[in-house]
Design a protein around this ligand. Sequence first.
Ligand code: FMN
Length: 351
Amino acid sequence: MDRFTLAHPILNLLPPEAAHRATIHGLRLGLGGTDNRPDDPILAIGRFGLDFSNPVGLAAGFDKNAEVVDAMLALGFGFAEFGTVTPKPQPGNPKPRIFRLPEQRAVINRLGFNNAGLEAAAERAARLKHRRGYGRGIVGGNIGKNKDQTDAVADYVTGAARLSPLVDYLTVNVSSPNTPGLRALQGRAILTELLSAVQKARRKPVPVLVKIAPDLTDADLEDIVHAAAESRIAGIIVSNTTIARPADLSPELAAQTGGLSGAPLFAPSTEVLRKVYRLSGGSIPLVGVGGIASADDAYVKIRAGASLVQLYTALVYQGPGLVARIKTGLAARLRADGFARLEDAIGTEGR
Ligand SMILES: Cc1cc2nc3c(=O)[nH]c(=O)nc-3n(C[C@H](O)[C@H](O)[C@H](O)COP(=O)(O)O)c2cc1C
């Protein structure tokens, strides 16, 4: 029995945020375990100048303060993204602000970018970089803006300048539903300005990705693809949590304000991914995220156009063994469908 199987019933008794803190502490103490097996070469993929040994990444929000990046990479993730980090530390919204929906394998959160601030994350990222050298796994830093900051671009510029020398890629998060006004940064003119400013602000030319919401119209998506192309960013992460509420959620949980993640997000976020892939003609690398809980789910995202995938919520329900299961299952599916490399399966849905 692995440690998660032992700890899960106890973690489940705790309120979600306390369980998360306990998990982070356990990981910091080295209780997460390691999967040292080399990745199946069929899973290797190169994108935006980085070589991923497998396409399965940890989504932002699990490790807001870059405390357990190496522990998560040791579990077998091909990459891990810390953050969202804001320039100044901020407490986030009043608790409770995370809600489990176990029957739907979902979570609603309205954390509001609680984090220890850019300096704390940068110091940890610097130590991590020093420790790891150019070791296994790729590290992303996800940046955002403070709630009280009216000049949004300035906060992203600050984040990009500080973190660019310390990470392998940067993510510009303009899609969390819990910071008022944030998602308005997805408009074509402001997004182009923001992404250009972020790229200029880097002290090292690491790739820049933008992370978008699933709750966008087709016209919004066209604007985003244009802004991404005009500013020549490296990729788009599709998607963040949704403010929509599928009909089968219990009414009292559905009434909670915040972003919904997990299984109910799978179909809508995959639909947005598919549209962005089509709109961009496959020319912009995409990261598929939203409701991935199995190898089949990861494979669907890849065939819909994702070069890489990320997950968070399914870890809460299935534990870290999920990462190895997804990798093994994905390699088997690629072989069963006659693909020699992951690369060859991307965007092949319907062909
Ligand atoms: C508790 C929680 C906190 C999150 N915090 C962030 C965040 O700080 N920044 C971000 O870009 N996404 C954040 N996310 C969104 C995830 O990165 C991901 O996009 C979303 O949860 C969909 O993936 P999933 O269904 O696999 O969880 C958070 C998600 C959850 C559940």
